[in-house]
Design a protein around this ligand. Sequence first.
Ligand code: OAD
Length: 238
Amino acid sequence: MVAGTERSHAILVLTGAGVSADSGVATFRGPDGLWEGHRVQDVATPEAFQRDPDLVHAFYDARRAKLETVQPNAAHEALARLDAEWPGELLIVTQNVDDLHERAGARRLLHMHGELKLGWCLACGERFAWVREMGTAATCPSCGGVGQVRPDIVWFGEMPYEMEPIEEALQRCHLFVSIGTSGAVYPAAGFVQTARYYGARCLEMNLEPSQGSMFFHETRLGRAAELVPRWVEELLGG
Ligand code: OAD
């Protein structure tokens, strides 16, 4: 059992790109500072989309196609097991836009940065499932408008989704666990400070110390696919 954690306790898990790294999905900040060869401001801002929609669509179309070739890893599976078996409150908040948590079976899950497999029509405002290529000529299944569909991804400068329930869960949780995130992007990077302020024990699992590492009570370094199953076993088996 993780120090001080009882089975009635509320747990909030935050995941980032590192949780999917062992599945072969590229993390955002490579050693060269680039994201699959692109600067973030060229592919992940509303301004980039206005300036060069073909480039932005090609980038996300490639990311969406890649999803078909990857599988959830042991970290996703362990979190799905925790979701199924933890008797107390649990919320998994992911910054990832892949669908590996849900494919592993997680249910108590929120995507704060959107999802690759959703589209959003700027003409009518509807959001809908989108599994194929999108491109600049996509037709909205709701209003029939052409060329106004964008990936339902939260870009830099836009407001993340689900902040209200996340903020409430941060204030209530007894244990806050951050997995595979560099702690470089707010508001997620600040969650540890909120959770700690409200009294949660804070645990980080990452390949290297994150930028906010000093705010955690405990840091475990290594690959998520190894660390997370071990931690879940400690919680459920202990
Ligand atoms: P980053 O790429 O910034 O950080 C990934 C973290 O995972 C790094 O600290 C790595 O050391 C760690 N890591 C890599 N492989 C790992 C492994 N196998 N096991 C455990 N940890 C590993 O990704 P995020 O922190 O998720 O936002 O990035 C946050 C946000 O910035 C993203 O959601 C995205 C991005 O721009 C938007 O697109 C809005």
